[in-house]
Design a binder for this molecule. Sequence first.
Ligand code: AMP
Ligand code: MG
Length: 344
Amino acid sequence: MKTRYLSADDPKTPEIAAQILQKGGLVAIPTETVYGLGANGLDEHAVAKIFEAKGRPQDNPLILHVAEAADMEKFCHSIPEAAWLLAEKFWPGPLTMVLPAKPTVPRRTTAGLSTVAVRCPDCAVTRQIIRLAGVPVAAPSANISGKPSTTTAQHVLHDHDGRIDMIVDGGSCRVGVESTIVDLTEERPRLLRPGGITPEQLLQVLGDLIVDKAVTAQIDQDAVVKAPGMKYKHYAPQSEVVIVAGSREKAAAYIHRCFVPGDRVLCFEEELPLYESFAPLAYGREADVNTLSAGLFAALRELDDPAVRKVYARCPEGGGVAYAVQNRLKKAAAFQIVDAEVEV
Ligand code: AMP
Ligand code: MG
């Protein structure tokens, strides 16, 4: 198959992408979070192609992307007031809500769950494509399953050239980590995945929020969990990743003691001088966490190289968007963290 590659600015793009979706094809779409691998979310056969192209486990449900909040009613029932409040405040934007699914949503999309995840992305061309297609677009991150997510159209081309119908190039993703997911189907709202909308922002609207254990710990592969995708290996380059926690100086001392040729250092721009002789890779500035979320996956992709033995990674502290960066980096590191303050 020849993969068409069009710019988001090309006036023909929305119509071509919409037609491919209507015919059951796969289109990689830009969003403010990461690039998605999209298909008609109401067409089981089209959705099956997403799982096939990504090598995605069948029990990992997809997010339905809609063009406006009112569309929630087409695919969800028993929508609580909180969902409308969140949509009003944060849509279009990097927030996904899990709600009871209407029978119109195929089981393939929800991976057999009675709930469905919905989001309205903050990307004009993608909302235009969804509108023109006239169907919700089911789209997981466009990476091959388990690999770091795709934050540029080139990442998507690398993973899927010749295997999908079209890629829409909308430049680099602004947020750079996947959407925040909040489950509103239980008595208390539950954070399933941190992202660009922070727990603090959710709390302001909801007044209450539980953090699912999948966010903070490694989940057993056989476990039955609320967020099925969370138990799989995620975001990881081929080599081992270890997070080195602690002060800048202590971390640098630890890494200098352990570093051997073939290792790489993934750090903040502010720390580059500390690792001069190790060809360090910076993914953003510690002083501006948005640059860290925007740069993380591109950096993890660069490190996804068989020549790399081990990656020593620095991770931002604190809440807000840093919480999402910590979550992705800890998963990439399979929760391997050394504390340089106590290590000798
Ligand atoms: P991604 O593969 O990056 O698109 O992530 C989609 C995430 O949404 C996965 O981790 C899923 O587990 C989660 N998700 C989608 N639908 C549901 C749902 N109905 N209930 C809980 N989590 C969901
Ligand atoms: Mg993903």
